[in-house]
Design a protein around this ligand. Structure first.
Ligand code: ADP
Length: 267
């Protein structure tokens, strides 16, 4: 651990923590986090996966995972995660009205996140996937310094501005000694469903160039695809709804690479 950093306290019963981050909002971070968590289970059905929605200002995990209602309280006074598609989920969206968190300030946000990390009956979990808030502000930094994170995944589109922000994200993780497992290039290409023509709406190969520059790997490319959006919006992530589609295969391959990379980092 780098000198001068606070000691990170593990979450009891949680073996690996993977954070999914993005330099800015709207690039598909939550969609990636959800399909990544499901991809890990699809690849290795015996593993236990948790999904924590730390995006307190715009929690989307309840909708994407088709979950609602209030968590039960366990006998040892912990919030019991809600489960769907085999994933244990926790989100501020289960605890407060959808719009309530928007007016929160720093300390309230951090105490809410602390609660979601530590006052939840996660155990046992092999991989806890954290959907981070977008950007590189104080909240992201505090999460990074609060728990031992095994690795970070940065989601970006191939567009210049998104890439600049993603680079800032990678720098933040490196400063606090968290391995950057790689970059997911989302909305990499649009394939016309009628004629099969490929259109690079947000530019081409941007993530490859950035990844080379900052010396990280591109974990995979996800196309801009109408079914990814439609299925996520109705709470049936594509890895579950169309497990054999090329899009689901892309998420599963990214999940496999991440798990492999994680174990490499540990040795
Ligand atoms: P973020 O977490 O970065 O704010 P989301 O994952 O919420 O972004 O995605 C924003 C919107 O884009 C959602 O409506 C989602 O369904 C859609 N989306 C994400 N990835 C894709 C994709 N590869 N193809 C089409 N739509 C996508």
């Amino acid at each position: 651990m780098a000198r001068g950093l606070p000691k990170r306290k593990p979450i009891p019963g949680v073996k690996n923590i993977i954070v999914v981050a993005s330099g800015k909002g709207g690039v598909g971070k939550s969609t990636t986090a959800v399909n990544l968590a499901l991809g890990i289970v699809a690849n290795e059905p015996h593993v236990q996966v948790g999904l924590l929605d730390a995006d307190v200002f715009g929690p989307s995990i309840p909708r994407m995972m088709n979950l609602s209602g209030k968590p039960q309280i366990s006998s040892d006074n912990l919030l019991v995660p809600l489960v769907n598609y085999g994933i244990k989920c926790m989100s501020i969206g289960f605890l407060v009205e959808e719009k309530a968190a928007i007016i929160w300030r720093g300390p309230m946000v951090m105490s809410a996140i602390e609660k979601l990390l530590r006052q939840v009956a996660w155990s046992p979990v092999d991989y806890l996937v954290i959907d981070m808030p977008p950007g590189t502000g104080d909240t992201q930094l505090s999460i990074s310094q609060n728990v031992p994170i095994s690795g970070s995944v940065i989601v970006t589109t191939p567009q210049d501005i998104a890439l600049l922000d993603a680079r800032r994200g990678a720098e933040m993780f490196r400063k606090v000694d968290i391995p950057v497992l790689g970059v997911v290039q989302n909305m990499s290409v649009f394939i016309c469903p009628n004629c099969g023509h490929q259109e690079h709406i947000f530019g081409k190969d941007g993530a490859e160039r950035m990844a080379k520059e900052i010396n990280v790997q591109v974990l995979g490319n996800i196309p801009l695809d109408k079914s990814i959006r439609e299925l996520s919006d109705t709470g049936q992530p594509i890895v579950i709804a169309r497990p054999d589609s090329p899009q689901a295969e892309a998420y599963k391959s990214i999940a496999a690479t991440i798990v492999k990379q994680l174990h490499k980092e540990k040795t």
